[in-house]
Design a binder for this molecule. Structure first.
Ligand SMILES: *Cc1c(COP(=O)(O)O)cnc(C)c1O
Length: 431
């Protein structure tokens, strides 16, 4: 069966034919691809086509697909049972490893997704402060828990749903939305809701309105505002943790969060999330404290094994320089394609993350990102796809490089980018 046939079957049984919205190509049009297998930087679909993958499962795979050490760890562990509902040594090891990488996370709780991590961290922040409001930023995506689906990024943005039906207005009112990179807006909001804000929740590097980096002083400014107002600073490092540096954005920008949410990389491609912080905060979680949160499959042995294997590779000498170089080279390949075609594009890059925006300067916030030409992105996406490169099928997402994106893949991306950007330029001339 090819992708088109599978998609038609899927549409009858699964809403929109997919189990997560952005996979459906809604933002770029066309038939979503069904994946058959992947290895390293390459993905094969059910149509027998091969792609250099720049979507990379949306972030959990800095080593590339099916890394031998991750696969070996998962297979070995599976022989001894896939879930116990009993604590395991590997969970302790993963918590210790994260604590060494992130000084602000001496204690953490494992969950099964980034959504759960943020939902739980927000509950803890509310319990710890005795306050109910949460500040988030327009275009920030923090999973699909009710309180977080207010002016959310990623698929919620692409779908044009500012705030999902089904989210009670009473809950949404507790979520205060500020402009990313705008400290004055945060200060004003804190003042207007003095004594009511439990948490300032932020993607320290925004990755769900496309890649938008923090302006100089923004993260330290949030730290100061949180301290002054008694709100907790919560970093959603579900993308950036073990991605923009070993110690995440906190290491890269030298700012410590009170609570940190993790996911994606720490599961190495299996379902994991985590949230953590100082012991006096984390000990408020059940059963050490009164704040409830639990999970049948939390700390699942396969997921923890994949995460540990991934982090152990990321700990090796030279790996971070290599990952940075892969990101730089991929972004340069895209930039050169745009330049050669005379297309005004800004390729934003940080470490192994990047996003090509069709606008003259890098966006600073959601309004800037939304000003980019998304129709041009859709053309770029299909042009790249035709040339054997699978970009994320929406403008408001990051492209992901990995250790498996070597010179050969970069050359292939460069070649595809020249053709695809030329196609974008040609379409612009027609319009
Ligand atoms: C992906 C993501 C989430 C949600 O994680 P899931 O595992 O998809 O639930 C939360 N926050 C950020 C910043 C993310 O990128």
């Amino acid at each position: 069966m090819n992708s088109e046939e599978l998609y038609q079957r899927a549409l009858k049984r699964i809403p929109g034919g997919v189990n997560s919205p952005v996979r459906a190509f809604g933002a770029v049009g066309g038939t979503p691809r069904f994946a058959r297998r992947a290895r390293g930087a390459r993905l094969w679909d059910e149509d027998g086509r091969e792609y250099v993958d720049l979507c990379m499962s949306w972030g959990p795979l800095p080593l590339g697909h099916a890394h031998p050490e991750v696969v070996e760890a998962v297979c070995r562990v599976a022989q001894d049972g896939t879930s116990f509902g009993v604590a395991t040594a590997a969970e302790v090891e993963l918590a210790e490893l994260v604590a060494r990488a992130m000084p602000s996370v001496p204690m953490l709780r494992l969950v099964c997704s980034g959504t759960e991590a943020v939902m739980s961290a927000v509950r803890l922040a509310r319990a710890a402060t005795g306050r109910e409001c949460v500040i988030k930023f327009a275009g920030g995506y923090h999973g699909h828990a009710d309180s977080m689906l207010v002016q959310a990024g990623s698929g919620a943005l692409t779908g044009g749903v500012p705030s999902s039906p089904g989210v009670p207005a009473a809950l949404a009112r507790l979520t205060l939305v500020c402009r990313y990179n705008d400290l004055e807006d945060v200060a004003r909001t804190l003042q207007e809701h003095a004594g009511k804000v439990a948490a300032i929740l932020v993607e320290p590097v925004a990755g769900n309105m496309g890649l938008v980096t923090p302006a100089a002083g923004f993260l330290p400014g949030l730290r100061r505002l949180a301290d002054r107002s008694g709100a907790l600073l919560v970093f959603d490092e579900v993308i950036t943790g073990f991605r923009v540096a070993w110690g995440g954005a906190q290491e890269r920008y030298g700012v410590r969060a009170d609570l940190t949410c993790l996911g994606k990389v720490i599961g190495g491609g299996l379902p994991v999330g985590a949230y953590g912080g100082r012991p006096e905060l984390m000990r408020q979680m059940s059963p050490a404290g009164p704040v409830y949160q639990a999970g049948t499959l939390a700390g699942n042995p396969l997921a923890v094994a994949a995460g540990l294997a991934t982090l152990r590779v990321l700990q090796r000498d030279g790996v971070w320089a290599e990952l940075e170089a892969a990101g730089t080279a991929l972004a340069a390949a895209l930039r050169e394609g745009a330049l050669a075609a005379g297309v005004a594009a800004s390729v934003v890059q940080l470490g192994s993350l990047c996003t090509p925006f069709f606008c003259p300067s890098p966006p600073r916030d959601l309004d800037g990102a939304k000003a980019a030409d998304t129709a041009a992105y859709a053309r770029l996406f299909h042009g790249m796809l035709d040339q054997g490169v699978y970009l994320p099928p929406a403008q408001f997402e990051c492209s992901f490089g990995s250790l498996a994106h070597g010179p050969e893949e970069v050359a292939q991306v460069a070649c595809a980018a020249r053709a695809a950007f030329a196609g974008v330029a040609a379409a612009a001339r027609r319009d």
